[in-house]
Design a protein. Structure first.
Lengths: 553, 294
């Protein structure tokens, strides 16, 4: 089998597997978020937390609970890093520097998992498993909670409430993420991912050198890193490290895990609004954008256009032999289409247009299928904008799923959409305008600019991958990117929850001849079009200065 | 609790929530997974440690999954062993500083070292090799080691990137410099657009010129993975092509029939999982251990 054929079969097998898992996972999440029963263990957790699980919350109370939980999470993750030398399992590592600890705390709480540090030389086992990995679970559960709250906004009529944050958080964690994580972690160990609490074990190599074989609870963190679309590697090399991703099939499994929940949530959405076909329409938008991106990145990487790949004979710099060019490209597409940011190959050394595509998929707003939860709510906001634009064009009433898209709704949707472009473009401009910002580049010329643009795109969209040549463990970058991650996560969440509250209050409008059907291919095409046009208009000038200049010169 | 103001109640609930969830997700969960993993997959959970003498304690030489250097104290390849790929992890294959090079696809311009100059730390100026020159230099060195041609497209015969700077940047050329070849090297092309090509003077600023990489007509014999650094810096594998290229040298050094060495390569090659996942890879440490075991 040729590399190209194998790469195509690889993609096709992922599509089939995700297709098979779609209904079970989507229906499971539907039951989890709509059930009125609490499990015994959950009742225990609610009692320990001190909340009443049956008390429904209006959107602003829901949002405040979410923000309080996230703020406390940031403090805890920061504190554990700063105190790691006094806790156990620190491996003798010193406290994490203040600005890196702050950046990392925000990074993991916002589901970004941007890493301004190198895991193996900075974080002890306790910080990894009890601070960072915990956030891998709960930040994903927070994203799912927000998505479900928005869906309730569409599904409910004349309601002042959109659910209970604590219940959504606990159920998403204990009933969705944790069971899959336990099974997935053991499967990964069977593939060779390590799971122990050892310190580095120094051996004498075959030719008399020394090598420190590292230990750690890697599998338990690796699985949720993908499943929760987090992406923060136990090691600096992330999913390229043989202890995180040892075989060609663990590579397949990791891609599968990071796409599973974001796609599945469209089914949950369809079930919750009582029209499964609406979920399929949203799924169709995601699949269209995703397949286009996967194919384009594969084409660009396999073509190996650019001087060094031509000299080498393949775009093999920064890629592992066992994964090869094609599957590395597919991983890169999946990780940037979602908000994962894990990497099994290093995007900085990709071909110019392949590297540009990894940025473009993030700039889409990570909606195809996007992060756990954040992908669905991002896509629903784009659907709202599409309904509005289409309504303006053909003179139909802008309404979606029976809810009117009035002035308040479209304002919230627009604000949501504007947050990330503002953060990306202002952040990049600020970096290019001062010496601390410019000093971070490893490469020169357009590629150096791409490194900076990629960093702010990744942070503001809560992705976490990087053109990793960029040196970001400096106070300036830790602060700038930390702010981008925080605003890029929580401002959109507040707008989405406000939108949910506003939709939930409405009584549904009856369907009329003037209602735009939102489950047909025509609507799917329109949402794809609106997404691509909005993103292209926003980011094309910036891309022209970086990857396009490099790739077309 | 109920009497407290709302914002305080919320934050207390948040603190209690993070404590409870940390105990479950950051304590019970990893401990249970570790327990089961250690019971079911003891060797794998502990890093698939490779032993020089299988089953004998104290003979650990590394991990089946982690690549290593097969070089002597001076960094030269030990000729009786198959060699791994280039690595950007620390000084090479250092699991405590895993990394890729992160150099871009158009990184083609070297900064030539200036004789006698010092860098900021007061050490002699070593300049900076572009990714292209690194690829060319590796290709040339491997060609010499294996007794084959180390030539590649975009590389000069002396093993640096074949790149011209043409002045002015726009319009008819008036001056052309082979920018990665320090004087007194002979430029890889004599004439470009009717202008005699100069060698590069270290320290001179050529940034104003137009960059023209020159492909040439060389065909690469040395495989792609042999001249590029991996993503992790710990890549345990090399391509079958690179192993086959090294086989004659290893067979000669070890006085083994070539066919036997090739059989060992096949025995230590992992194919694509299910026939379509990833690429075939030869595990270099396992292969070298197998050679030593004979």
């Amino acid at each position: 089998m040729t590399t190209t054929t194998a790469g195509i079969v690889f993609i096709a097998s992922l599509v089939i597997a995700l297709g098979l898992a779609y209904r079970p996972i989507g229906d499971h999440m539907y039951r989890v978020y709509t059930s009125t029963r609490h499990l015994a263990v959950e009742r225990g957790v609610y009692r320990l937390i001190g909340v009443r699980p049956d008390a429904e919350q209006p959107w602003n109370v829901y949002a405040r609970a979410l923000l309080a939980f996230s703020a406390i999470s940031i403090l805890v993750v920061y504190g554990m890093q700063r105190l790691q030398d006094r806790l156990f399992l620190s491996l003798g590592l010193p406290p994490v520097t203040d600005h890196i600890a702050w950046n990392t705390a925000i990074s993991f709480v916002t589901n970004t998992n941007w890493q301004a540090y190198s895991g193996e030389s900075t974080m002890g086992h306790l910080v990894q498993m009890s601070a960072l990995a915990v956030q891998n679970f709960v930040s994903a559960a927070v994203g799912m909670a927000v998505a479900v709250a928005l869906v309730r906004g569409f599904a409910r009529r004349r309601s002042d409430t959109i659910g209970n944050f604590w219940v959504d958080l606990v159920r998403g964690t204990l009933r969705v993420l944790l069971p899959i994580a336990v099974v997935g972690a053991l499967v990964l160990v069977a593939g060779g991912v390590i799971q122990n609490f050892a310190s580095p074990h120094v051996v004498n190599t075959l030719t008399g050198g020394t090598q420190a074989i590292t230990g750690g609870p890697v599998a338990s963190q690796e699985v949720i890193k993908e499943l929760g679309t987090n992406g923060g590697g136990f090691y600096n090399a992330n999913s390229a490290h043989p202890f995180e991703n040892p075989t060609t099939w663990t590579n397949w499994l990791e891609i599968f895990l990071l796409l599973l929940i974001p796609f599945g949530l469209t089914r949950t959405f369809g079930r919750m609004v009582g029209q499964v076909r609406q979920g399929y329409a949203i799924l169709a938008v995601m699949v269209t954008l995703a397949l286009l991106s996967v194919v384009l990145i594969n084409v660009f990487e396999l073509s190996g256009h650019a001087t060094v790949p031509q000299a080498v004979g393949a775009a093999m710099e920064g890629k592992e032999v066992r994964f090869g060019v094609a599957d590395s490209a597919t991983f890169a597409a999946a990780t940037t289409l979602t908000s994962t940011g894990a990497v099994d190959s290093f995007h900085d050394s990709f071909t110019p247009l392949g590297g540009m595509m990894t940025m473009f998929t993030m700039m889409l707003g990570e909606v195809a299928p996007g992060g756990t939860g954040s992908g669905l709510y991002g896509m629903l906001v784009l659907a709202v904008i599409t309904v509005f634009v289409a309504g303006l064009m053909v003179g139909r009433t802008p309404e979606y799923l029976g809810k009117k898209i009035g002035s308040r709704e479209i304002k919230l949707a627009s604000l949501y959409f504007l947050v990330t472009p503002v953060l990306v473009l202002v952040g990049t401009a600020a970096a290019m305008g001062n010496a601390s910002g410019l000093a971070a580049m490893l490469n020169r010329g357009p590629h150096g600019f791409s490194e900076i643009l990629y960093a702010f795109t990744s942070a503001a969209n809560n992705n976490g991958s990087a053109f990793a040549g960029v040196t970001v463990n400096t106070p300036w970058y830790d602060v700038a990117l930390g702010l981008c991650m925080a605003f890029g996560r929580f401002l959109p969440i507040v707008f989405v929850l406000a939108l949910a509250g506003s939709l939930a209050r409405q009584a549904p409008v009856p369907q009329s001849a003037g209602t735009l059907p939102t489950h047909r291919p025509q609507f799917v095409g329109m949402v794809v079009g609106v997404t691509v046009v909005l993103v292209a208009l926003t980011f094309l000038p910036a891309l022209a200065l970086g990857p396009l200049a490099e790739g077309l010169s | 609790m109920e009497r407290l103001p709302g914002w305080l109640r919320r934050h207390i609930a948040a603190i209690r929530a993070i404590v409870v969830l940390t105990l479950i997700l950051g304590g019970v969960y990893p401990l249970v997974v570790t327990g089961v993993a250690q019971a079911l997959f003891h060797g794998r959970a502990n890093g698939s440690i490779a032993e020089r003498v299988p089953g004998k304690n104290g003979t650990d030489v590394g991990s089946d999954l982690i690549g290593q250097l097969f070089t002597d104290k001076d960094g030269n390849p030990v000729k009786g062993y198959f060699q791994s790929r280039p690595s950007a992890a620390g000084a090479g294959y250092d699991p405590l500083s895993t990394a890729a090079s992160n150099l871009g696809p158009e990184d083609v311009l070297d900064v030539l070292p200036v004789t006698g100059a010092k860098n900021d730390q007061g050490e002699p100026d070593t300049g900076r090799q572009s990714l292209l020159t690194q690829v060319c230099a590796r290709s040339k060195a491997i060609g010499a080691l294996e007794g084959v041609s180390g030539a590649r497209p975009y590389c000069t015969p002396d093993g640096v990137g074949a790149v011209l700077k043409v002045f002015p940047a726009v319009g008819r050329a008036t001056r052309v410099v082979s920018v990665n070849q320090a004087c007194p090297a002979t430029p890889f092309v004599r004439v470009y657009e009717g202008i005699t090509v100069e060698c590069a003077k270290p320290g001179e600023d050529y940034s104003a010129g137009r960059t023209v990489p020159v492909r040439g007509d060389a065909k690469a014999v040395v495989p792609a993975d042999a001249v590029t650094a991996s993503a992790s810096g710990l890549d345990p594998g090399i391509s079958v092509a690179y192993a086959d290229l090294q086989a004659p040298r290893v067979a000669r050094e070890r006085h083994l029939p070539l066919a036997r060495v090739k059989n060992l390569i096949r025995a230590n090659t992992t194919g694509r999982a299910l026939g379509f996942m990833g690429e075939p890879a030869v595990n270099v440490l396992r292969l070298n251990l197998a050679l030593d075991g004979r």
